[in-house]
Design a protein around this ligand. Structure first.
Ligand code: SAH
Ligand code: SF4
Ligand code: F3S
Length: 458
C-alpha cells in the first residue's frame, strides 16, 4: 500500500474534493497518512481566494522541498502534486517556481490524477498539468464512495459561478455554474445514509442556483431537492451553503417554513452595507434588496438565524461607506459572520481600480466591524440560556465532552462529568448521531454549554 498525505486549504467544497481525491486514489493503491514525511504522494489542495491563502501554498511547497532534500537518499522521493484553485490560476507558475512539483491539476480535472501519477518519471514534467474545464463534469467520473462514517457530511451539488463580483477569483478558478442532476445527488445521499450520515450539508459556490429536472422533465430547485432528501428517516438535519441573494427563490423560502428537517439558518453574504460599494463590487443587488429578502425569509420562518460575509477596504471605500456597513450589522443583528480585508486578486476587475485602501485603514475597519459582529453573536447566544433545543450529537472532543450542533449552527458542548448528564448517559448509551433535547446552561462568545433533559427520558 502506498501512502498519501493531503493538506486542504480554503472552503468546504475543497474539503469535499479532497475526500473525493482520496477515494479516487485509494483505487490506485493509496491509503491516507497523517505524516507528510511518510508519504509516497504529497498533495496540496489549494485556495486562491485571498493573497494569504496563496502565500501559504508557496511556503508549504518550500518546506516540502527542504524535507525532500533532507530525507533519506535511499528512499524514493515522494511525488508532489498541487490541486485546487491555485493550481487552476497559477499552474504554469507553480511548475516554474517550484520545479520539485510533479503534477498540477485544477478543481475540475483532478479525476485525471491516477493517469498523471502513472506518467511521473516517464514524460517531461511540464506535460503533467491538467487545468482544463472538461465538457463532461468530474462528478460523472467519481465513485462518490463513502469510506468513513460521518454524522455530518458535505455533499457538493453545484459548482462554479457566473456572477463575476469584481473582487473574486472563483468564476475563473472553478469555471461556469454547473448543477449535478438530482439522480446523481440522490445516489450519493443513499451512500452517505448507508455509512451512518444523519446530517447533510449541501454545498455550492452558489448553492441556491442549483437546478435539475424531475421525472416529468419539470424544472426543480434547491427547495425541491431538500424535500426529496428529507424523505429519508435516517436524515435528521439538512443545511446548505453558500447562498447568493439573487438566487433566493420562493420555493426555498417556503421550504424553510414547511420542512422541519431544514435547519433555521441562512448564510447569505452581502459583503458591504454601502450601495456605492455594492455597485463597484458588481454584486447586482442593493442593501434594500438584501433587507427585503431577509424580511421575506423571516415572514416565513421568524426564528431563522442569519449570517453573512463582509469585505472591508474595497477600493474607494470611504468612512461613510464603512459606517453604512456597521449600520447594516446593527439592523440585521447577524448571528455570526465571516469578515475579511480586501485582498487584491490579479486578473480580477477590481485589482485595477483606483483608490486602493491603505492597509492600516483596513486593519482599523476590520477590527471595528468584527467587534460589532461579536456583540450581536454574544447577545444571540445569550438568548438561549435556560431554553431547550434539539441538538444533533456529532462526536466527542479531546476533553471527552460531547459536541453537538444547534439548529442555528451554534456549537454545543455537553460535559459527561456533570452529574445529571451521567444519569442520562447511564440510560442512553449510543447518543452520537442522535437528535437530543438539551437545556442550555451557559452561553459564550462562540459556543453554548448544555445538559441533557432528564424529563425527555420519560
Ligand atoms: N459564493 C459565495 C462566496 C465565495 S468566496 C458568495 O458569493 O457569497 C467566500 C468569501 O470570501 C466571499 O463571500 C468574500 O467575502 C470573500 N472574498 C472573496 N474574494 C475576496 C477578496 N478578493 N478579498 C477578500 N475577501 C474575499
Ligand atoms: Fe465570488 Fe461573487 Fe461568485 Fe460569490 S457570487 S463566488 S463572491 S463571484
Ligand atoms: Fe478558495 Fe477555490 Fe474555495 S479559491 S474558497 S478553494 S472555490
Amino acid at each position: 500500500m502506498k501512502r498519501l498525505f493531503i493538506k486542504t486549504y480554503g472552503c468546504q467544497m475543497n474539503f469535499y474534493d479532497s475526500e473525493q481525491i482520496s477515494n479516487l486514489l485509494s483505487s490506485s493503491g493509496y491509503s491516507i497518512t497523517e505524516k507528510s514525511e511518510d508519504a509516497d504522494l504529497i498533495l496540496l489542495n489549494t485556495c486562491h481566494i485571498r493573497d494569504k491563502a496563496v502565500e501559504k501554498t508557496f511556503s508549504d511547497l518550500g518546506r516540502i522541498k527542504k524535507s525532500i532534500q533532507l530525507s533519506d537518499k535511499k528512499k524514493l522521493k515522494p511525488i508532489v502534486a498541487v490541486a485546487g484553485c491555485v493550481a487552476q490560476a497559477q499552474g504554469e507558475e507553480i511548475m516554474k517556481r517550484s520545479p520539485w512539483v510533479d503534477i498540477v491539476v485544477g478543481p475540475q480535472s483532478y479525476t485525471d490524477l491516477p493517469s498523471l501519477i502513472s506518467k511521473v518519471n516517464k514524460v517531461e514534467k511540464k506535460k503533467l498539468i491538467n487545468i482544463d474545464f472538461p465538457t463532461i463534469p468530474k462528478f460523472d467520473f467519481l465513485e462518490h464512495d463513502v469510506k468513513e462514517k460521518k454524522i455530518s457530511s458535505f455533499l457538493t451539488i453545484q459548482e462554479g459561478c457566473d456572477k463575476f463580483c469584481s473582487f473574486c477569483v472563483v468564476p475563473y478558478t472553478r469555471g461556469p455554474e454547473y448543477s449535478r442532476s438530482i439522480e446523481s445527488v440522490m445516489m450519493e445521499v443513499k451512500k452517505l445514509i448507508k455509512r451512518g450520515t444523519r446530517e447533510i450539508i449541501l454545498l455550492g459556490q452558489n448553492v441556491n442556483a442549483w437546478t435539475s429536472r424531475d421525472d416529468r422533465g419539470s424544472l426543480i430547485t434547491l427547495g425541491n431537492l431538500i424535500d426529496e432528501i428529507s424523505k429519508y428517516d435516517e436524515i435528521l438535519s439538512i443545511r446548505y451553503t453558500t447562498s447568493h441573494p439573487l438566487d433566493m427563490d420562493l420555493k426555498l423560502i417556503e421550504t424553510h417554513q414547511n420542512n422541519k428537517k431544514l435547519m433555521p439558518y441562512l448564510h447569505l453574504p452581502i459583503q458591504s452595507g454601502s450601495n456605492n460599494i455594492l455597485a463597484k463590487m458588481n454584486r447586482k443587488h442593493t442593501v434594500d434588496d438584501y433587507l427585503k429578502i431577509i424580511d421575506k425569509v423571516k415572514k416565513y420562518k421568524p426564528d431563522i438565524a442569519i449570517s453573512s460575509d463582509f469585505i472591508v477596504g474595497f477600493p474607494g471605500e470611504t468612512d461613510q461607506d464603512h459606517s453604512e456597513t456597521l449600520e447594516l450589522i446593527k439592523k440585521v443583528k447577524f448571528e455570526s459572520s465571516y469578515s475579511f480585508k480586501y485582498s487584491v486578486r490579479p486578473g480580477t476587475p477590481s485589482a485595477t481600480y483606483e483608490k486602493q485602501v491603505d492597509e492600516k485603514i483596513k486593519n482599523v475597519r476590520l477590527q471595528e466591524l468584527q467587534s460589532e459582529l461579536k456583540k450581536h453573536q454574544f447577545v444571540f447566544n445569550q438568548k438561549f440560556l435556560n431554553s431547550k433545543m434539539s441538538i444533533l450529537i456529532l462526536h466527542k472532543n479531546k476533553k471527552n465532552q460531547y459536541v453537538g450542533k444547534s439548529p442555528y449552527n451554534q456549537t454545543v458542548i455537553i460535559d459527561e462529568k456533570l452529574e445529571s448528564n451521567q444519569k442520562y448517559l447511564n440510560k442512553c448509551k449510543n447518543i452520537i448521531g442522535q437528535m437530543i433535547d438539551v437545556t442550555i446552561i451557559s452561553s459564550f462568545q462562540n459556543s453554548l454549554e448544555g445538559k441533557f433533559s432528564l424529563e425527555s427520558l420519560g
